[in-house]
Design a protein around this ligand. Sequence first.
Ligand SMILES: Cc1ncc(COP(=O)(O)O)c(C=O)c1O
Length: 562
Amino acid sequence: MTNSILLTVSAGIVLAVVLRKLQVRLQLSAAKHPSLTGHARMARRFAALVPFYEYGEDRFFRADDAPEAVAANRRAGFMRLAGIFEQRYVKSARMTAEVQDGISDLQFTSRYRVPFQFSRFVREHFKPGAFLASSSGVTVTDLDGNRFYDLTGSYGVNVFGYDFYKDCIAAGSERVRELGPVLGAYHPVTVYNVARLKAISGLDEVSFHMSGTEAVMQAVRLARYHTMRRKLVRFCGAYHGWWGDVQPGVGNPQIARDTYTLKEMDPAALRVLRTRRDIACVLINPLQALHPNGSAPGDSTLVGSERRAHFDRAAYSAWLRELRSVCTARGIVLIFDEVFVGFRLARGGAQEYFGVAADLVTYGKTVAGGLPIGVVCGRREIMKRFREDRPADICFARGTFNSHPYVMGAMYEFLQRLERPEISAIYENLDEVWNMRAQRLNERLRAAGLPVSVANLSSIWTITYTQPSRYNWMFQYYLRAAGLALSWVGTGRLIFSLNFTDADFNEVADRVVAAAEAMQRDAWWWSAPQLTNKSIKRRVLKEMIQARCLPSMGSMSSPRSK
Ligand SMILES: Cc1ncc(COP(=O)(O)O)c(C=O)c1O
């Protein structure tokens, strides 16, 4: 009798434990974004299945089955652009060709500027060159003397204009010249840097690293050390550098077993945080507020016109507040990764801008006045790298170039300038300025009947396309021909420095409109009722299946011959 009671009770306990585990597992599944981006392993498996194939010349201009006359129009436009590039970029193109085989990064970025089916033909005909000679104001100049308005923002480093950073680097170098490149000990400017970073972040301690990626690595390591939990939570689509644990999907050959990728701005994610006991930290990249759950929008993945972006400051602030409260309740470390947006949205960064305080904050990019940097600021108890009661249980973090005197010197100049009235004035009505500029440009694009619009998070912009097309990625080349420099991700990310005056911006807007008109004239945005984003995706999927099963079918060229 007693035995059977014992058995029943044990079975009950086991069942309860199993059911609980199942519930927690189901909660985790429900908190994943339904897209491939939300399913890292599936995305990697899918990516491995995508076969190489490319369009021959004929198909290149008719990937959407446009009539022959439209294709002829496009071909003429394409060749005209190729001619312009060939004439304008002689020296830049020659030097790029010279070094192309020797720089792996260059091979990668030039290949992934456009969807792979179009890539070879584009590379053969468009040789815009990868070299620049100088920068000034809001422009950069290439080796042939062509001046471009710079919309690359140097990956986000350039917040205040290149001349500002040249000054920071020159004055900072002068300031630390006596010490030179001595490492290990600190240059005295570091005292000021630490004090300012503490004040700006509202946090107790600071550590210096060499890149944003390293700063994020250290923040996560500290969170794991202090919580004694393994898992990190990141949100679908968010970029936090290229370290394996924060890049669990395509691009990382290894499975990131200790990473949960959850749906951002979704109560299901909060449920996971509320119930699981293995979560050390939550990483936020506030840039995602522009496209929650979407990956960094590059033109190489611009298959149709499905890129979406919309920034809602109030909604994102409310989401961060909810996260803050769950993390506090559950002892989870909340990390704001402000490597991109810090100092760009507000002097106090995303914490100030969204009105939410984090436990750890990472900065990078701009904060060392133009030199390489990563910074972690944090609460004292989380920044500590050793335990008083267990001296051998440490959390190790070093780095040869941490606190390099020249980096500290340029950072000192940057942080000093940040306090000047002219910089305060820039921050004062930042959003108004950039929202108004975006709105005006959108009005012009709409009035001209162009299928292009922009969305922005302050000075970080993305171009979206309002009508289904397979050729939106061509827009980056029309923009370039109009004298606008974009980074290798093309129209997915335009980053303005805050020294763009209204006159500068109006000139950029004129050029964007003119470029879109030229592209429209060349018939790339030809449309037909049967051409929808869905039909485009279906078509591409069919091509992929064909290329896998029957490599020589269709007007695509042989997949493995290149
Ligand atoms: C939010 C965020 N975190 C981390 C990184 C990585 O910084 P770094 O390229 O300096 O390693 C980046 C880079 O773009 C970033 O945007």
